[in-house]
Design a protein around this ligand. Structure first.
Ligand code: VGL
Ligand code: ZN
Length: 241
C-alpha cells in the first residue's frame, strides 16, 4: 500500500474511533501529487448532454468545469472522452416499446439502464462543452458508437470484451498512472476506473472534479466498488504542478 493511502486509511480509522475528539490535521501529511510524463488525466464525457440544458444533465455537472480546466494545466498528458451514440442506440428507452428512461432491461451482455436519448453523433448535444479549455488534450476517445452495445467505460464496452483502444494508446505512450474526472462519477467515471485497474494502471478518481447521477444509490455503491478495486479517491487539491 502506498504510504499516502495508508495514512489516509489511518485517518479514516481515527475518525471512526474518536468521533467525539478533535481530529488532528492528518490530511496535511498527505503527499502531494506532481504529475509526470507517465501520468495521464482522463476527462470523461464533459459534453453538453451531461450539463445543465443537456439531454441527460448531471446535477451540478457544470461545477466541475473550472476545476477540470485548472487540473488539466497540471498534466502534460490529457485524454478526453466523448459519449457518441447512434440515433437508434440500444441504451435509449425510446428504442424499447413500453419502457421509460431509468428502467432497466436485460441484454445479452447483462443489465442495461435505459436512458433518455443523449449524445447522438454529430449533434450539438454531443459536443464537448464550450467551457472546457484544454487545448493541449492529445486525444479524444469516442465510445458507445456500436448501436447494440453501450460503453460507460472509456476502455472496454459493456459486452466486457470489445476494447476502445485507449489501453493500447496509454500503454504505447508508457503511461502508468491514470487520473479520472468528469461525468458521471457513478457511471462512466467509475466503470472507466474499474477497467483501468483491471488493465494494470494505478488509478485515481478526483472526487471534486466529478459529479454523479445517483440512481437508486448508485453513487455510494460505485465508491465502494472503486475502493474495493484499489482505486484511490483523491481531491483536486492533492494535485500540484
Ligand atoms: C453516461 C449514462 C449514459 C456517463 C453515459 O457519461 O456517465 N451515463 N451514458
Ligand atoms: Zn451514453
Amino acid at each position: 500500500m502506498k504510504r499516502r493511502i495508508f495514512i489516509q486509511r489511518l485517518a479514516t480509522i481515527a475518525l471512526a474511533s474518536n468521533s467525539c475528539m478533535a481530529i488532528p490535521a492528518l490530511a496535511k501529511t498527505s503527499k502531494l501529487i506532481h504529475p509526470s510524463p507517465d501520468d495521464a488525466l482522463i476527462v470523461i464525457d464533459m459534453q453538453n448532454c451531461f450539463l445543465p440544458g443537456g439531454t441527460l444533465a448531471v446535477q451540478n455537472g457544470d461545477q466541475t468545469i473550472a476545476v477540470i480546466n485548472a487540473l488539466a494545466k497540471k498534466f502534460e498528458n490529457v485524454v478526453l472522452t466523448q459519449d457518441w451514440h447512434t440515433r437508434d442506440h440500444v441504451s435509449f428507452a425510446s428504442q424499447h416499446s413500453g419502457k421509460q428512461p431509468y428502467e432497466t432491461i436485460k441484454l445479452p451482455y447483462g443489465e442495461q439502464v435505459l436512458w433518455p436519448m443523449h449524445c447522438v453523433q454529430g449533434t450539438a448535444d454531443a459536443e464537448i462543452a464550450q467551457g472546457i479549455d484544454i487545448a493541449h488534450a492529445q486525444m479524444i476517445v469516442r465510445k458507445g458508437y456500436h448501436s447494440g452495445i453501450d460503453s460507460y467505460s472509456a476502455f472496454i464496452e459493456a459486452d466486457h470484451e470489445t476494447q476502445t483502444g485507449l489501453a493500447g494508446y496509454l500503454k504505447e505512450r508508457k503511461i502508468k498512472n491514470v487520473y479520472l474526472c468528469g461525468l458521471a462519477t457513478d457511471f462512466c467515471v467509475a466503470w472507466s476506473a474499474l477497467d483501468a485497474r483491471k488493465l494494470g494502471f494505478n488509478t485515481f478518481v478526483i472526487e471534486d472534479a466529478s459529479r454523479g447521477i445517483d440512481l437508486n444509490g448508485s453513487l455510494k455503491k460505485s465508491w465502494i466498488a472503486m475502493e474495493n478495486a484499489g482505486v484511490n479517491r483523491i481531491q483536486s487539491t492533492d494535485i500540484v504542478r
